[in-house]
Design a protein around this ligand. Structure first.
Ligand code: T1G
Length: 656
């Protein structure tokens, strides 16, 4: 095994370089290499200071997550960091890319830090069900204010170099070549003397019990049953109140305990699952279309969101609507999304202007003639979609990929509206399309490898998570959601109320219950789907009429002021239980002869999970999904399944 850590000395400055592609993870070899570098430097009297840097695209992105399932092997990271901190010479960390987790802890063990202006620094351990395990919760609150430390450690969100410098996390930002500036900094410290080790400095603040109690209440509420954010807060409290050696020991013990937890296993599973979703074997080595020029048909919520996503990924987008008025409204919607990104600081003024310059809205399809790919996002009705595809078939290049954003309909039938169905694919985006990462790529019977390769290339350009789905009603996610939505309606007939079901789902870790979700999305689309299926529904299949009776009253959810819940006119976010709905439910229970019973939250969740898992098994057996982890990625990223539970398949112990 070659040593991934090298040391060169020039003018009394040692340059320690870590080179462990792809992200310089702190594998055993790297930890040993750094320990050896410390020993080498301690023994070389010509060295007056050291710079610690990384080759490749980023500074250390953390401990090697792939080692987590195994017993930790020496040298342990805390010992490596203690050796750096105890060095006789000052160490300067030169940070570029993303210094995350153990990577930031490595930088904190150095005596000073300089960052590339585009660098990001964070402690994302909580997203893996952990807390920092190498001194992060002890050193960080000795460099930055406690509130900043709490934000970073309990959210796992990184901070940019400018903010890091502002809060005291990095002392300097490079204004030229990072390594050259780092060497200069190290040489200065060699002259001025080694700064005090971070762990030897006093904590910036040591607040009282009330402070911690208030923080814990807010963090626990946001965590929705995930343990690590609150554990991270407790680790920070130890970090600023215990003697430093005890604080290090307490943090390590907490880290090791969490490392073996079910939630950490689930979050690690999801980390790799979302990066390794299945790809069809027959697209390997197939060149996709270039995707410089793309088109969208339909400028409603989905069409505008899809257009914005492609603009933000650097593509040129022409959008076609049915008339000038609709085209104008689409232009406003897309401009509004881009402006929102700019206002949230996600888009610079220049990037905003550049994106907008690559967008055009039209009241005809002419502008789509030269596109590599066109995505249709019009009304969810087969006749409308067939008409659009017939027109696209006439206008677009014969090799252009034509995609439908349909969320339920048969993409094979849509493809039949074209002369060459091999170029048609389903691209099911999730709203808001420029934010949600999941993209269901629906493979039609006739899809050519180039068509699918182009769809996967688009997902990569959009930084989306592609999940391959076969054609069926609802593909993977909507089909499974329909199944557990039906089960929830049965539970209502047997004794529960919508607020009981939603409370049980929130208690399991969902952000929203299924009834609040339906009210937010609108009840009419699913109603139309149920009516479409009515002719072919088996007569012996259990079917609840509650949802239909609600829709027949014109209650389509939040947009009509009432659905499963009532929405007061003052625009209050949460819906209120509505006696009118309870009355309908009680009538249906009586009509069906159910003696209503009380359900516990666990009983409700058991019924929901069982229905999810049964439908998921059918989706796998029918080849609609390639593997169980693809289903888990879909349900976590598209339907709010709690990430720290890993997904319905992981929760059932089913693995790829
Ligand atoms: N360990 C092992 N492999 C990793 C890795 C890691 N920490 N991070 C990324 N990879 C792999 C990833 O699986 C993929 O592999 C490739 O690198 C590119 O990743 C002691 C205990 C750094 C922002 O949580 O957030 O330190 O698929 O596709 O979009 O207190 O990777 O190519 O074979 O995501 O450019 C804390 C996790 C660990 C950072 C880059 N660190 N990584 O994103 O590329 S816990 C993290 C990321 C810890 C200490 C504790 C991202 C990234 P492959 P990618 P990217």
């Amino acid at each position: 095994m070659t040593n991934p850590v090298s040391v060169t000395v020039e003018d009394g400055i040692a340059l320690v370089t870590i080179d462990n592609p792809p992200v310089n993870a702190l594998s055993l070899a790297v930890r040993q290499g750094i320990m050896d570098a410390v020993t080498r430097i301690e023994g070389d009297a010509s060295v007056g200071a050291a710079v610690l840097a990384c080759a490749g695209r980023t500074f250390v992105a953390g401990a090697d997550i792939r080692e987590f399932g195994k017993p930790p092997v020496e040298p342990h990271l805390p010992d490596v960091l203690a050796a750096i901190e105890a060095s006789r010479v000052p160490w300067v960390a030169a940070v570029h890319g993303t210094a995350l987790g153990g990577g930031l802890e490595l930088a904190l063990a150095c005596h000073a830090r300089i960052a590339d202006p585009a660098a990001k620094l964070g402690l994302p351990e909580v997203t893996l069900g952990l807390v920092p395990g190498a001194g992060g919760t002890v050193r960080l609150p000795r460099l930055v204010a406690l509130d900043d430390a709490i934000d970073m450690v309990t959210s796992g969100k990184p901070v940019g170099a400018k903010k890091a410098n502002g809060i005291g996390l990095v002392e300097r930002i490079a204004d030229g070549d990072l390594l050259a500036d780092a060497r200069t900094y190290a040489a200065e410290l060699n002259q001025s003397g080694k700064p005090e080790a971070v762990s030897a400095r006093p904590p910036r603040e040591v607040p009282g019990d009330d402070f911690w109690a208030e923080k814990e209440k807010a963090i626990a509420a946001r965590a929705r049953g995930q343990a690590s954010p609150v554990e991270a807060l407790h680790a920070l409290r130890d970090g600023v109140t215990l003697p430093v050696p005890d604080a290090f020991a307490a943090e390590r013990a907490r880290f090791l305990r969490l490392r073996d937890s079910e939630q950490a296993a689930a979050l690690r599973y999801m980390f790799f699952a979302e990066r390794n979703t299945g790809r069809p074997a027959d697209i390997e080595g197939v060149d996709p279309l270039p995707l410089d020029s793309t088109g969208v048909v339909g400028g409603g919520t989905m069409g505008a969101g899809i257009a914005a996503a492609m603009l933000l990924a650097g593509m040129t987008v022409a959008l076609a609507e049915r008339d000038a008025d609709a085209a104008g409204k689409a232009q406003e919607r897309v401009a509004g999304i881009l402006d929102g990104s700019r206002k949230r600081g996600l888009l610079s003024d220049a990037a905003h202007d550049d994106a907008l310059s690559r967008f055009s809205a039209h009241d005809n399809y002419g502008a789509l003639a030269d596109c590599d790919l066109v995505i249709e996002a019009v009304f969810e009705e087969m006749g409308v979609k067939n008409a659009v595809f017939a027109e696209l078939d006439r206008v677009c290049r014969p090799d252009a990929v034509l995609a439908s954003n349909t969320s339920y309909l048969d993409v094979n039938a849509i493809a039949e509206a074209t002369k060459d169905p091999s170029r048609v694919v389903g691209l099911h985006f999730f709203s808001p399309a420029h934010i949600m990462k999941l993209l269901e790529i629906v493979r039609t019977d006739a899809a050519a490898p180039t068509t699918l390769a182009t769809a996967f290339a688009l997902a990569k350009k959009l930084k989306k998570i592609p999940v391959l789905a076969g054609v069926c009603d609802g593909f993977i996610g909507n089909r499974i959601m329909s199944a557990y939505r039906r089960e929830c309606d049965f539970i209502l007939e047997e004794g529960a109320l919508p607020q009981d079901v939603d409370a049980a789902m929130r208690g399991y870790g969902f952000a929203m219950g299924i009834y609040a979700v339906q009210d937010m999305a609108g009840l009419d689309i699913a109603w139309a789907m149920r009516k479409r299926r009515a002719e072919t529904r088996p007569s012996d299949e259990r079917y609840s009429k509650i949802a239909d009776r609600i829709c027949e009253l014109g209650r389509f959810g939040r947009k009509t002021g009432a659905g499963w819940f009532a929405y007061p006119s003052d625009g209050a976010k949460a819906g209120q239980p509505d006696p009118a709905i309870e009355a309908i439910i009680l009538e249906e229970s009586a009509r069906l002869g159910y003696e209503r019973k009380t359900f516990t939250a666990d009983e409700i969740m058991q019924r929901i999970l069982s229905s999810m898992q049964a439908e998921a098994r059918a989706v796998l057996d029918e080849g609609i999904a390639l593997k169980p982890s693809d289903i888990d990625v879909t349900m976590v990223h598209g339907y709010g399944f709690p990430r720290h539970k890993g997904g319905p398949m992981f929760a059932a112990g089913i693995r790829d």
